[in-house]
Design a protein around this ligand. Structure first.
Ligand code: BG6
Length: 512
């Protein structure tokens, strides 16, 4: 598979000094949605771009009946259906490395079969007993699988020169206690350096660029603090609703689904101190310090520092859409939140007094993820010719997706007599500067794991620190025992309370 190189100007972005060792990726949940939508298209793109090692193989494991040929066929369809990859002449060679076992995850015989099949793959394809286990199943089965791997010694390396790693999908727990239990269960079987807790936001090109922007340019760091920054806004807005994931989402809600993981990771990348090297533990140490510096919410403050709401019926892109409670599989009395806004404070010298406003929601008017650094206004404005003339704040907006890029808003003189101010922007856009397709986050993360680089994966202490921030909010919401939470019309920017929430402090949400 090594020679299938296609031209992609962004390939350099994934270019590494090393190629991963030949290995087998074993996916529990091999016929599941994540495998079809994300993992397989990403692996195929890596193969096409010549980034995978020779002999690289995938062993899918699921309950569904089937054999290697069925699996290859199903994966071919999955890749053809995906928007990020296209089946082409490279497929046949890639598909030769796809294998399948049908079995129950709790059944010891499944693991014996896995062991035998892996040995055959090693012999046939030279994969040298390097293993990457991928838990792409519902979290309720994570512990069962790791225990079974332990029983069969599949967590250990066959030789000193081989490696065994495990990637664990989200959700990683549903509160602090369950996250600790899961961490303990995995730590009984694998060493921390073998464990890769995935958060696909960390694999997004623009999220990594945030670190490059901050730490490879000298001009921003001096102003990246409370002396110049008024506040920070982080928005992750989606137009989609709950889709076909009601059974998962009902017991989860937006705080767990988006904030505990993705948004807090974005916040940490924005707020962290410069690590001394771009090395996994150095970066993660700094991120964890940010989580520890966030002021935990006291129960009595939860009402004033959080907003939760649920989408009602409305219109998105000219199409009527049902409210959350009318979605298939959703309890008509559900109080699962689909929108959350929070005000967080990072208590350290850099950020004292700079609020972080974060919001996430489904069925909002636009899909957009953005981190906005809103700077303090000028202390004194000399242009007062026009009544009410006021300089707007400078805003540095880091657009994570779509239209990835960075823009800086500043005031300019409107041409003509007199002095009138008008905000304008300086823009950097990935598309126009680099062209080409942006690598999918999973592409980057899978490759990093094969290379043994955990920089963009969450560490145990980080996960637990995030949960310890979210758990008091969840407890306060649960103990309120409300029958209904505020509703917002689908296709709008959340409940009315959301504007008042930020405006009480004299700020406004950015109109995106
Ligand atoms: C997932 C959430 O982790 O992230 C989904 O479970 C959400 O609910 C998705 O839609 C958003 O990811 P992205 O990459 O589309 O912004």
């Amino acid at each position: 598979m090594g020679e299938m190189v296609t031209s992609n100007p962004l390939r350099e972005g994934l270019q590494t000094e090393r190629t991963p060792d030949p290995c087998v990726l074993v996916i529990f949940g091999g016929t599941g949605d994540l495998t079809k939508r994300k993992l397989m298209p990403s692996l195929y793109n890596l193969a096409r771009e010549g980034m995978l090692p020779t002999g690289f193989s995938v062993l899918g494991v699921s309950r569904e009946e089937g054999n290697d040929a069925d699996f290859r066929e199903a994966m071919k369809k999955a890749v053809s259906d995906s928007s990020s990859a296209q089946v082409d002449s490279a497929w046949e060679s890639f598909a030769e490395g796809l294998f399948y076992i049908s079995g129950e995850f709790g059944d010891g015989s499944t693991y014996q079969e896995i062991r035998q099949k892996l040995e055959r793959i090693d012999r046939g394809r030279g994969t040298c007993a390097n293993r990457l286990w991928y838990l792409a199943t519902p979290p309720s089965i994570f512990k069962t699988i790791v225990d079974k791997l332990d029983n069969d010694g599949l967590n250990r390396t066959a030789r000193d020169t081989c490696w065994v790693r495990i990637i664990i999908e989200k959700p990683f727990g549903r509160d602090l206690e369950s996250a600790r239990e899961l961490n303990d269960a995995v730590a009984n079987v694998f060493d921390e350096h073998q464990i890769y807790r995935i958060d696909h936001y960390l694999g997004k090109e623009t999220v990594q660029n945030l670190l490059v922007f901050r730490f490879a340019n000298g001009i921003f760091e001096p102003i990246w603090n409370r002396n110049y920054i008024d506040h920070i806004q982080i928005t992750t807005a989606e137009t989609v609703g709950v889709e076909n994931r009601a059974s998962y989402y009902e017991g989860t809600g937006a705080l767990r689904d988006m904030i505990q993981n993705h948004v807090l990771q974005l916040l940490a990348m924005t707020a962290m101190e410069p690590p001394s090297t771009f090395e996994a533990n150095a970066v993660r140490d700094e991120k964890v310090k940010v989580f520890h510096a966030i002021r935990p919410m006291k129960r009595q403050d939860v009402d004033s520092l959080t907003i939760r709401a649920q989408y009602g019926p409305g219109t998105i892109g000219g199409k009527s859409v049902p409210g959350y409670r009318e979605e298939t599989g959703v309890d008509p009395d559900s109080i699962a939140e689909t929108f959350v806004a929070l005000e967080l404070v990072v208590e350290n010298w850099r950020w004292a007094g700079v609020p972080f406003y974060i919001r996430t929601g489904k069925r909002l008017p636009k899909r957009v993820t953005e981190i906005a650094i809103v700077f303090k206004r000028t202390p004194h404005l000399i242009f007062r010719q026009v009544d009410g003339e006021r300089a707007e704040s400078n805003v540095l907006a880091i657009r994570i997706q779509p239209d990835e890029g960075i823009s800086l808003k500043f005031g300019a003189k409107l041409p003509g007599a007199g002095i009138r101010l008008q905000p304008v922007t300086m823009d950097f856009r990935y598309g126009s500067s680099f062209g080409g397709r942006m690598a999918d986050a999973y592409q980057r993360l899978l490759l990093d794991c094969m290379l043994g680089d955990a920089t963009l994966y969450a560490r145990r202490d980080g996960i637990e620190a995030c949960w310890s921030l979210m758990t008091p909010i969840l407890h306060a919401w649960e103990s309120a025992r409300v029958k209904k939470i505020p509703q917002y019309e689908a296709g709008t920017w959340g409940p009315q309370q959301s504007d008042a929430f930020i405006e009480r402090n004299g700020r406004t949400w950015r109109r995106l």
